[in-house]
Write a protein that binds this ligand. Sequence first.
Ligand SMILES: NC(=O)c1ccc[n+]([C@@H]2O[C@H](COP(=O)([O-])OP(=O)(O)OC[C@H]3O[C@@H](n4cnc5c(N)ncnc54)[C@H](O)[C@@H]3O)[C@@H](O)[C@H]2O)c1
Length: 443
Amino acid sequence: MTTPQSPSKPRRINTSPIRALDKDGNEITTVGFNRFGFDSEVPIDVLRSLYLRSHYVVSASVATSPQTLEDEAQEFQHAKFSQGHEVYQSKSIYHPETRSISYTTLSRFPPVKLLAPSKRKRVLVTGGAGFVGSHLVDRLMLLGHEVTVLDNFFTGSKTTVSHWVGHPNFELVRHDIVEPFMIECDQIYHLACPASPPHYQFNAVKTIKTSFMGTLNMLGLAKRTKARFLISSTSEVYGDPEVHPQTEEYWGHVNPIGPRACYDEGKRVAETLTYGFQRQDGVDVRVARIFNTYGPRMNPYDGRVVSNFIVQALNGEDMTVYGDGKQTRSFQYIHDLIDGLIALMNSDETRPVNIGNSDEFSIGEFAELVRETVEKVQAEEGTKPARRVQIVYKPMPTDDPQKRRPDTTRAFESLRWKPRWTVRMGLEEMVRYYKAKMAEGSL
Ligand SMILES: NC(=O)c1ccc[n+]([C@@H]2O[C@H](COP(=O)([O-])OP(=O)(O)OC[C@H]3O[C@@H](n4cnc5c(N)ncnc54)[C@H](O)[C@@H]3O)[C@@H](O)[C@H]2O)c1
Protein backbone atom coordinates (compact mmCIF):
# COMPACT_ATOMS: atom_id res chain seq x y z
CA MET A 1 0.00 0.00 0.00
CA THR A 2 1.29 3.48 -0.77
CA THR A 3 0.37 6.48 1.32
CA PRO A 4 -1.21 9.42 -0.52
CA GLN A 5 1.13 12.45 -0.58
CA SER A 6 0.13 16.04 -0.40
CA PRO A 7 -0.80 17.18 -3.94
CA SER A 8 1.19 20.38 -3.34
CA LYS A 9 4.42 18.42 -2.78
CA PRO A 10 7.00 19.43 -5.46
CA ARG A 11 7.35 16.83 -8.21
CA ARG A 12 10.65 15.06 -8.79
CA ILE A 13 10.09 14.19 -12.42
CA ASN A 14 13.35 13.97 -14.31
CA THR A 15 12.65 14.73 -17.94
CA SER A 16 16.26 14.99 -19.04
CA PRO A 17 16.45 13.64 -22.59
CA ILE A 18 18.06 10.33 -23.50
CA ARG A 19 21.21 11.20 -25.45
CA ALA A 20 22.84 9.11 -28.15
CA LEU A 21 26.29 9.63 -29.65
CA ASP A 22 27.14 8.46 -33.15
CA LYS A 23 30.23 6.49 -34.23
CA ASP A 24 32.28 9.73 -34.36
CA GLY A 25 31.18 10.80 -30.88
CA ASN A 26 28.74 13.51 -32.10
CA GLU A 27 25.30 13.75 -30.56
CA ILE A 28 22.49 12.38 -32.74
CA THR A 29 19.67 14.94 -32.79
CA THR A 30 18.12 14.10 -36.16
CA VAL A 31 17.92 11.11 -38.47
CA GLY A 32 17.57 11.20 -42.25
CA PHE A 33 19.38 13.41 -44.76
CA ASN A 34 18.85 16.04 -47.39
CA ARG A 35 20.11 14.88 -50.76
CA PHE A 36 18.97 13.81 -54.25
CA GLY A 37 16.61 16.79 -54.00
CA PHE A 38 14.84 14.97 -51.19
CA ASP A 39 14.77 16.09 -47.55
CA SER A 40 14.13 13.22 -45.13
CA GLU A 41 15.50 14.74 -41.95
CA VAL A 42 13.35 14.44 -38.78
CA PRO A 43 14.18 15.15 -35.10
CA ILE A 44 15.07 12.02 -33.14
CA ASP A 45 13.07 13.10 -30.06
CA VAL A 46 9.83 13.25 -32.08
CA LEU A 47 10.46 9.75 -33.41
CA ARG A 48 11.34 8.50 -29.93
CA SER A 49 8.10 9.86 -28.55
CA LEU A 50 6.36 7.47 -30.97
CA TYR A 51 8.16 4.28 -29.96
CA LEU A 52 9.77 4.79 -26.53
CA ARG A 53 6.56 4.94 -24.62
CA SER A 54 4.56 2.66 -22.44
CA HIS A 55 0.94 2.09 -23.32
CA TYR A 56 -0.66 0.72 -20.22
CA VAL A 57 1.32 2.00 -17.22
CA VAL A 58 -1.09 4.79 -16.34
CA SER A 59 -3.49 3.93 -13.55
CA ALA A 60 -6.77 5.79 -13.10
CA SER A 61 -5.30 7.99 -10.32
CA VAL A 62 -2.30 9.09 -12.43
CA ALA A 63 -4.57 9.96 -15.31
CA THR A 64 -6.43 12.48 -13.15
CA SER A 65 -3.72 13.90 -10.84
CA PRO A 66 -0.66 12.01 -9.61
CA GLN A 67 -0.72 11.76 -5.84
CA THR A 68 1.25 8.79 -4.59
CA LEU A 69 4.92 7.91 -4.89
CA GLU A 70 3.90 4.99 -7.09
CA ASP A 71 1.93 7.35 -9.32
CA GLU A 72 4.91 9.67 -9.53
CA ALA A 73 7.14 6.77 -10.52
CA GLN A 74 4.71 5.93 -13.33
CA GLU A 75 4.58 9.51 -14.45
CA PHE A 76 8.37 9.59 -14.36
CA GLN A 77 8.47 6.70 -16.83
CA HIS A 78 6.12 8.58 -19.14
CA ALA A 79 7.96 11.88 -18.87
CA LYS A 80 11.27 10.19 -19.65
CA PHE A 81 9.92 8.62 -22.80
CA SER A 82 7.64 11.35 -24.08
CA GLN A 83 10.16 14.23 -23.90
CA GLY A 84 7.54 16.97 -23.97
CA HIS A 85 5.42 15.33 -26.68
CA GLU A 86 2.67 14.10 -24.30
CA VAL A 87 0.02 16.05 -26.12
CA TYR A 88 0.52 13.78 -29.12
CA GLN A 89 0.17 10.56 -27.15
CA SER A 90 -2.83 8.44 -26.36
CA LYS A 91 -3.04 6.85 -22.93
CA SER A 92 -4.52 3.59 -21.81
CA ILE A 93 -5.93 3.95 -18.33
CA TYR A 94 -5.98 0.98 -16.01
CA HIS A 95 -8.76 0.78 -13.38
CA PRO A 96 -7.49 -1.61 -10.69
CA GLU A 97 -10.81 -1.84 -8.81
CA THR A 98 -12.60 -3.34 -11.84
CA ARG A 99 -9.49 -4.79 -13.54
CA SER A 100 -10.44 -3.01 -16.73
CA ILE A 101 -8.75 -0.69 -19.17
CA SER A 102 -10.07 2.35 -21.01
CA TYR A 103 -8.36 3.60 -24.13
CA THR A 104 -8.12 7.30 -24.94
CA THR A 105 -7.71 8.55 -28.48
CA LEU A 106 -5.21 11.19 -29.51
CA SER A 107 -6.25 14.75 -29.00
CA ARG A 108 -3.71 15.87 -31.60
CA PHE A 109 -1.40 14.11 -34.06
CA PRO A 110 2.33 14.87 -34.12
CA PRO A 111 2.99 17.71 -36.58
CA VAL A 112 3.83 16.49 -40.09
CA LYS A 113 5.55 18.52 -42.81
CA LEU A 114 3.30 20.52 -45.08
CA LEU A 115 4.43 19.52 -48.57
CA ALA A 116 3.40 21.09 -51.85
CA PRO A 117 1.15 18.65 -53.79
CA SER A 118 3.94 18.15 -56.36
CA LYS A 119 6.29 16.94 -53.59
CA ARG A 120 3.76 14.89 -51.63
CA LYS A 121 3.95 11.24 -52.63
CA ARG A 122 1.27 8.56 -52.31
CA VAL A 123 3.30 5.79 -50.71
CA LEU A 124 2.19 2.18 -50.27
CA VAL A 125 4.02 0.22 -47.56
CA THR A 126 3.32 -3.53 -47.58
CA GLY A 127 4.13 -5.08 -44.21
CA GLY A 128 3.88 -1.57 -42.73
CA ALA A 129 2.62 -2.85 -39.37
CA GLY A 130 5.77 -4.91 -38.82
CA PHE A 131 9.01 -3.95 -37.11
CA VAL A 132 10.81 -2.29 -40.06
CA GLY A 133 7.60 -1.14 -41.75
CA SER A 134 6.26 0.78 -38.75
CA HIS A 135 9.49 2.79 -38.39
CA LEU A 136 9.39 3.58 -42.11
CA VAL A 137 5.76 4.67 -41.75
CA ASP A 138 6.63 7.02 -38.85
CA ARG A 139 9.33 8.61 -40.98
CA LEU A 140 7.20 8.97 -44.13
CA MET A 141 4.28 10.38 -42.13
CA LEU A 142 6.44 12.97 -40.34
CA LEU A 143 7.85 13.94 -43.74
CA GLY A 144 4.34 14.81 -44.92
CA HIS A 145 3.57 12.00 -47.39
CA GLU A 146 0.30 10.11 -47.84
CA VAL A 147 0.88 6.61 -46.52
CA THR A 148 -1.19 3.46 -47.01
CA VAL A 149 -0.22 0.39 -44.99
CA LEU A 150 -1.16 -3.02 -46.34
CA ASP A 151 -0.76 -5.82 -43.81
CA ASN A 152 -2.38 -9.13 -42.87
CA PHE A 153 -1.10 -8.80 -39.25
CA PHE A 154 0.56 -12.24 -39.34
CA THR A 155 3.62 -10.97 -37.46
CA GLY A 156 2.78 -7.26 -37.40
CA SER A 157 0.33 -5.54 -35.11
CA LYS A 158 -2.05 -2.61 -35.35
CA THR A 159 -0.48 -1.16 -32.19
CA THR A 160 2.74 -0.33 -34.07
CA VAL A 161 0.96 2.26 -36.23
CA SER A 162 -2.19 2.96 -34.17
CA HIS A 163 -0.86 6.44 -33.34
CA TRP A 164 -1.52 7.43 -36.98
CA VAL A 165 -5.00 5.93 -37.35
CA GLY A 166 -7.44 8.74 -38.14
CA HIS A 167 -4.77 11.06 -39.57
CA PRO A 168 -5.90 12.48 -42.95
CA ASN A 169 -2.63 11.32 -44.59
CA PHE A 170 -2.84 7.75 -43.27
CA GLU A 171 -4.73 4.61 -44.19
CA LEU A 172 -4.44 1.13 -42.69
CA VAL A 173 -5.74 -1.79 -44.77
CA ARG A 174 -5.93 -5.41 -43.63
CA HIS A 175 -5.06 -7.39 -46.73
CA ASP A 176 -3.04 -10.47 -47.64
CA ILE A 177 -0.70 -9.66 -50.53
CA VAL A 178 -1.01 -13.10 -52.07
CA GLU A 179 -4.32 -11.65 -53.33
CA PRO A 180 -4.18 -8.75 -55.85
CA PHE A 181 -4.75 -5.23 -54.53
CA MET A 182 -5.60 -2.09 -56.51
CA ILE A 183 -4.64 1.40 -55.41
CA GLU A 184 -3.19 4.52 -57.00
CA CYS A 185 0.33 5.24 -55.73
CA ASP A 186 3.70 6.80 -56.63
CA GLN A 187 6.05 4.62 -54.59
CA ILE A 188 5.78 1.08 -53.21
CA TYR A 189 7.97 -0.11 -50.35
CA HIS A 190 7.38 -3.86 -50.52
CA LEU A 191 8.29 -5.23 -47.08
CA ALA A 192 5.55 -7.79 -46.36
CA CYS A 193 7.13 -11.13 -45.42
CA PRO A 194 7.77 -12.74 -42.05
CA ALA A 195 11.45 -12.21 -41.27
CA SER A 196 12.38 -14.33 -38.26
CA PRO A 197 13.04 -18.10 -38.55
CA PRO A 198 10.24 -19.31 -36.20
CA HIS A 199 7.73 -17.11 -38.04
CA TYR A 200 8.77 -17.93 -41.60
CA GLN A 201 9.12 -21.64 -40.79
CA PHE A 202 5.67 -21.74 -39.11
CA ASN A 203 4.09 -22.17 -42.56
CA ALA A 204 6.90 -22.55 -45.08
CA VAL A 205 4.57 -22.86 -48.08
CA LYS A 206 2.80 -19.62 -47.12
CA THR A 207 6.18 -17.88 -46.80
CA ILE A 208 7.09 -18.85 -50.37
CA LYS A 209 3.64 -17.81 -51.58
CA THR A 210 4.06 -14.43 -49.88
CA SER A 211 7.50 -13.97 -51.47
CA PHE A 212 6.48 -15.11 -54.92
CA MET A 213 2.77 -14.31 -55.39
CA GLY A 214 2.89 -11.26 -53.12
CA THR A 215 5.84 -9.80 -55.01
CA LEU A 216 4.21 -10.67 -58.34
CA ASN A 217 1.03 -8.81 -57.29
CA MET A 218 2.93 -5.76 -56.08
CA LEU A 219 5.09 -5.64 -59.22
CA GLY A 220 1.92 -5.86 -61.31
CA LEU A 221 0.57 -2.88 -59.36
CA ALA A 222 3.83 -0.96 -59.90
CA LYS A 223 3.63 -1.69 -63.63
CA ARG A 224 0.02 -0.46 -63.89
CA THR A 225 0.49 2.68 -61.76
CA LYS A 226 4.09 3.40 -62.94
CA ALA A 227 5.05 3.57 -59.27
CA ARG A 228 8.67 3.14 -58.23
CA PHE A 229 9.05 -0.25 -56.52
CA LEU A 230 11.49 -1.06 -53.70
CA ILE A 231 11.77 -4.58 -52.33
CA SER A 232 13.30 -5.44 -48.95
CA SER A 233 15.49 -8.39 -49.81
CA THR A 234 17.93 -9.90 -47.36
CA SER A 235 21.49 -10.97 -46.69
CA GLU A 236 20.01 -14.50 -46.58
CA VAL A 237 20.24 -14.52 -50.40
CA TYR A 238 23.98 -15.09 -49.78
CA GLY A 239 23.18 -18.22 -47.70
CA ASP A 240 26.20 -19.57 -45.79
CA PRO A 241 28.67 -17.40 -47.71
CA GLU A 242 32.05 -18.54 -49.01
CA VAL A 243 33.27 -14.96 -49.46
CA HIS A 244 33.66 -12.50 -46.67
CA PRO A 245 32.50 -9.74 -46.43
CA GLN A 246 29.67 -10.17 -48.95
CA THR A 247 29.52 -7.80 -51.91
CA GLU A 248 26.44 -7.50 -54.11
CA GLU A 249 28.35 -9.33 -56.87
CA TYR A 250 28.43 -12.55 -54.83
CA TRP A 251 25.79 -15.07 -56.04
CA GLY A 252 25.39 -16.88 -52.75
CA HIS A 253 25.62 -20.35 -51.28
CA VAL A 254 22.09 -21.39 -50.34
CA ASN A 255 20.72 -24.78 -49.40
CA PRO A 256 17.54 -25.00 -51.56
CA ILE A 257 15.84 -27.70 -49.47
CA GLY A 258 16.80 -26.86 -45.88
CA PRO A 259 14.44 -25.38 -43.25
CA ARG A 260 15.51 -21.81 -44.12
CA ALA A 261 14.99 -22.29 -47.87
CA CYS A 262 11.37 -21.04 -47.85
CA TYR A 263 12.70 -17.62 -46.87
CA ASP A 264 16.10 -17.57 -48.63
CA GLU A 265 14.89 -18.99 -51.93
CA GLY A 266 11.66 -16.99 -51.64
CA LYS A 267 13.68 -13.77 -51.52
CA ARG A 268 15.96 -14.92 -54.34
CA VAL A 269 13.01 -15.58 -56.63
CA ALA A 270 11.43 -12.27 -55.52
CA GLU A 271 14.61 -10.51 -56.73
CA THR A 272 14.45 -12.49 -59.99
CA LEU A 273 10.84 -11.37 -60.51
CA THR A 274 11.77 -7.79 -59.72
CA TYR A 275 14.48 -7.66 -62.37
CA GLY A 276 12.18 -9.57 -64.77
CA PHE A 277 9.62 -6.75 -64.52
CA GLN A 278 12.39 -4.19 -64.94
CA ARG A 279 13.73 -5.80 -68.14
CA GLN A 280 10.40 -6.78 -69.69
CA ASP A 281 8.08 -4.01 -68.59
CA GLY A 282 10.38 -1.12 -67.67
CA VAL A 283 9.27 -1.06 -64.01
CA ASP A 284 11.45 1.33 -62.01
CA VAL A 285 12.90 -0.97 -59.32
CA ARG A 286 15.14 -0.76 -56.24
CA VAL A 287 16.51 -3.76 -54.32
CA ALA A 288 17.73 -3.42 -50.73
CA ARG A 289 19.60 -6.41 -49.30
CA ILE A 290 19.08 -5.89 -45.61
CA PHE A 291 21.43 -7.36 -43.00
CA ASN A 292 20.48 -8.16 -39.37
CA THR A 293 18.57 -5.19 -37.99
CA TYR A 294 17.36 -4.59 -34.44
CA GLY A 295 15.46 -1.94 -32.52
CA PRO A 296 12.30 -1.08 -30.60
CA ARG A 297 9.06 -2.79 -31.78
CA MET A 298 10.93 -5.96 -32.63
CA ASN A 299 8.82 -8.88 -31.49
CA PRO A 300 10.45 -9.93 -28.18
CA TYR A 301 9.73 -13.62 -28.78
CA ASP A 302 10.69 -13.94 -32.45
CA GLY A 303 13.77 -16.05 -31.73
CA ARG A 304 16.26 -13.51 -33.12
CA VAL A 305 19.47 -13.18 -31.21
CA VAL A 306 19.15 -9.53 -30.08
CA SER A 307 15.64 -9.85 -28.66
CA ASN A 308 16.45 -13.27 -27.14
CA PHE A 309 19.47 -11.96 -25.28
CA ILE A 310 17.81 -8.77 -24.00
CA VAL A 311 14.62 -10.50 -22.82
CA GLN A 312 16.60 -13.26 -21.09
CA ALA A 313 18.92 -10.75 -19.38
CA LEU A 314 16.02 -8.48 -18.29
CA ASN A 315 14.17 -11.50 -16.88
CA GLY A 316 17.29 -12.51 -14.94
CA GLU A 317 17.50 -15.76 -16.94
CA ASP A 318 20.75 -17.20 -18.30
CA MET A 319 21.50 -16.09 -21.86
CA THR A 320 21.64 -18.87 -24.49
CA VAL A 321 24.33 -18.89 -27.16
CA TYR A 322 23.86 -21.56 -29.89
CA GLY A 323 27.11 -23.19 -31.03
CA ASP A 324 30.51 -22.26 -29.61
CA GLY A 325 29.78 -18.50 -29.79
CA LYS A 326 32.56 -17.94 -32.35
CA GLN A 327 30.16 -17.48 -35.30
CA THR A 328 30.00 -13.80 -36.20
CA ARG A 329 27.17 -11.40 -36.99
CA SER A 330 26.83 -7.70 -37.70
CA PHE A 331 23.93 -5.72 -36.26
CA GLN A 332 22.44 -2.53 -37.64
CA TYR A 333 20.16 -0.16 -35.75
CA ILE A 334 16.72 0.47 -37.22
CA HIS A 335 17.22 4.21 -37.93
CA ASP A 336 20.27 3.48 -40.10
CA LEU A 337 18.21 0.99 -42.11
CA ILE A 338 15.34 3.44 -42.61
CA ASP A 339 17.83 6.13 -43.75
CA GLY A 340 19.21 3.60 -46.25
CA LEU A 341 15.79 2.53 -47.57
CA ILE A 342 14.64 6.13 -48.09
CA ALA A 343 17.97 7.07 -49.70
CA LEU A 344 17.77 4.08 -52.06
CA MET A 345 14.14 4.77 -53.04
CA ASN A 346 15.01 8.36 -53.94
CA SER A 347 18.31 7.67 -55.70
CA ASP A 348 19.02 6.44 -59.24
CA GLU A 349 20.66 3.20 -58.11
CA THR A 350 18.79 0.22 -59.61
CA ARG A 351 21.31 -2.52 -58.74
CA PRO A 352 20.95 -4.46 -55.46
CA VAL A 353 22.42 -2.54 -52.50
CA ASN A 354 23.59 -4.04 -49.20
CA ILE A 355 22.32 -2.11 -46.20
CA GLY A 356 23.87 -3.20 -42.96
CA ASN A 357 26.41 -2.42 -40.29
CA SER A 358 29.80 -3.98 -40.87
CA ASP A 359 30.97 -3.88 -37.23
CA GLU A 360 31.43 -7.58 -36.64
CA PHE A 361 30.86 -9.33 -33.32
CA SER A 362 31.21 -12.94 -32.36
CA ILE A 363 27.93 -14.06 -30.80
CA GLY A 364 29.80 -14.73 -27.55
CA GLU A 365 31.13 -11.13 -27.47
CA PHE A 366 27.71 -9.79 -28.37
CA ALA A 367 26.10 -11.65 -25.46
CA GLU A 368 28.63 -9.95 -23.13
CA LEU A 369 27.75 -6.54 -24.61
CA VAL A 370 24.02 -7.09 -24.12
CA ARG A 371 24.57 -8.21 -20.53
CA GLU A 372 26.67 -5.09 -19.84
CA THR A 373 24.06 -2.78 -21.41
CA VAL A 374 21.18 -4.33 -19.47
CA GLU A 375 23.20 -3.99 -16.26
CA LYS A 376 23.98 -0.33 -17.05
CA VAL A 377 20.30 0.56 -17.56
CA GLN A 378 19.27 -1.45 -14.48
CA ALA A 379 21.94 0.32 -12.39
CA GLU A 380 20.69 3.75 -13.60
CA GLU A 381 17.15 2.85 -12.62
CA GLY A 382 18.13 1.20 -9.32
CA THR A 383 16.80 -2.22 -10.35
CA LYS A 384 20.05 -4.18 -10.68
CA PRO A 385 19.46 -7.76 -9.43
CA ALA A 386 21.83 -9.40 -6.93
CA ARG A 387 22.60 -12.38 -9.20
CA ARG A 388 24.49 -11.81 -12.44
CA VAL A 389 22.98 -13.68 -15.42
CA GLN A 390 25.23 -16.35 -16.93
CA ILE A 391 25.95 -17.05 -20.61
CA VAL A 392 25.27 -20.71 -21.49
CA TYR A 393 26.12 -22.60 -24.72
CA LYS A 394 23.75 -25.00 -26.62
CA PRO A 395 24.04 -26.97 -29.93
CA MET A 396 23.76 -25.00 -33.18
CA PRO A 397 20.54 -25.28 -35.29
CA THR A 398 20.68 -26.52 -38.95
CA ASP A 399 21.96 -24.17 -41.67
CA ASP A 400 22.83 -21.32 -39.32
CA PRO A 401 25.48 -19.36 -41.26
CA GLN A 402 28.91 -19.11 -39.62
CA LYS A 403 29.84 -15.64 -40.87
CA ARG A 404 27.87 -12.71 -42.21
CA ARG A 405 29.15 -9.19 -42.80
CA PRO A 406 28.07 -6.68 -45.44
CA ASP A 407 30.38 -4.89 -47.80
CA THR A 408 28.59 -1.54 -47.97
CA THR A 409 30.91 0.18 -50.46
CA ARG A 410 28.12 0.42 -53.03
CA ALA A 411 25.72 2.01 -50.54
CA PHE A 412 28.35 4.61 -49.73
CA GLU A 413 29.30 5.30 -53.34
CA SER A 414 25.74 5.45 -54.71
CA LEU A 415 23.76 6.77 -51.76
CA ARG A 416 26.45 8.34 -49.58
CA TRP A 417 24.97 6.17 -46.87
CA LYS A 418 26.87 4.64 -43.99
CA PRO A 419 25.67 3.52 -40.56
CA ARG A 420 25.82 6.18 -37.83
CA TRP A 421 24.60 4.29 -34.77
CA THR A 422 26.97 2.24 -32.66
CA VAL A 423 25.63 -1.13 -31.62
CA ARG A 424 25.93 -0.07 -27.98
CA MET A 425 23.78 3.08 -28.48
CA GLY A 426 21.08 1.15 -30.31
CA LEU A 427 21.11 -1.58 -27.68
CA GLU A 428 20.60 0.94 -24.89
CA GLU A 429 17.46 2.30 -26.57
CA MET A 430 16.14 -1.17 -27.18
CA VAL A 431 16.75 -2.23 -23.57
CA ARG A 432 14.82 0.84 -22.36
CA TYR A 433 11.98 -0.01 -24.74
CA TYR A 434 11.72 -3.62 -23.54
CA LYS A 435 11.97 -2.45 -19.92
CA ALA A 436 9.02 -0.09 -20.47
CA LYS A 437 7.10 -2.97 -22.07
CA MET A 438 7.80 -5.05 -18.98
CA ALA A 439 6.59 -2.24 -16.72
CA GLU A 440 3.27 -2.20 -18.54
CA GLY A 441 3.04 -6.00 -18.28
CA SER A 442 3.18 -6.73 -22.00
CA LEU A 443 6.48 -8.60 -21.97
N1 LIG B 1 14.57 -7.27 -39.55
C1 LIG B 1 15.62 -7.72 -40.19
O1 LIG B 1 16.69 -7.91 -39.62
C2 LIG B 1 15.54 -8.00 -41.68
C3 LIG B 1 16.69 -8.46 -42.32
C4 LIG B 1 16.62 -8.73 -43.68
C5 LIG B 1 15.46 -8.48 -44.38
N2 LIG B 1 14.36 -8.03 -43.73
C6 LIG B 1 13.14 -7.86 -44.53
O2 LIG B 1 12.45 -6.67 -44.14
C7 LIG B 1 11.05 -6.88 -44.22
C8 LIG B 1 10.40 -6.53 -42.89
O3 LIG B 1 10.94 -7.34 -41.86
P1 LIG B 1 10.56 -7.15 -40.32
O4 LIG B 1 11.75 -7.44 -39.52
O5 LIG B 1 9.86 -5.86 -40.16
O6 LIG B 1 9.54 -8.36 -40.14
P2 LIG B 1 8.09 -8.36 -39.46
O7 LIG B 1 7.68 -9.79 -39.39
O8 LIG B 1 8.09 -7.55 -38.22
O9 LIG B 1 7.21 -7.59 -40.54
C9 LIG B 1 6.65 -8.20 -41.68
C10 LIG B 1 5.25 -7.64 -41.89
O10 LIG B 1 4.67 -8.21 -43.05
C11 LIG B 1 3.35 -8.63 -42.75
N3 LIG B 1 3.01 -9.76 -43.64
C12 LIG B 1 3.59 -10.99 -43.68
N4 LIG B 1 3.02 -11.74 -44.64
C13 LIG B 1 2.08 -10.96 -45.23
C14 LIG B 1 1.14 -11.17 -46.27
N5 LIG B 1 1.06 -12.34 -46.92
N6 LIG B 1 0.30 -10.15 -46.60
C15 LIG B 1 0.35 -8.96 -45.96
N7 LIG B 1 1.23 -8.72 -44.95
C16 LIG B 1 2.07 -9.70 -44.59
C17 LIG B 1 3.40 -9.04 -41.29
O11 LIG B 1 2.15 -9.06 -40.65
C18 LIG B 1 4.31 -7.95 -40.72
O12 LIG B 1 3.59 -6.80 -40.36
C19 LIG B 1 10.84 -8.35 -44.64
O13 LIG B 1 10.62 -8.39 -46.03
C20 LIG B 1 12.16 -8.98 -44.29
O14 LIG B 1 12.42 -10.08 -45.11
C21 LIG B 1 14.37 -7.79 -42.39
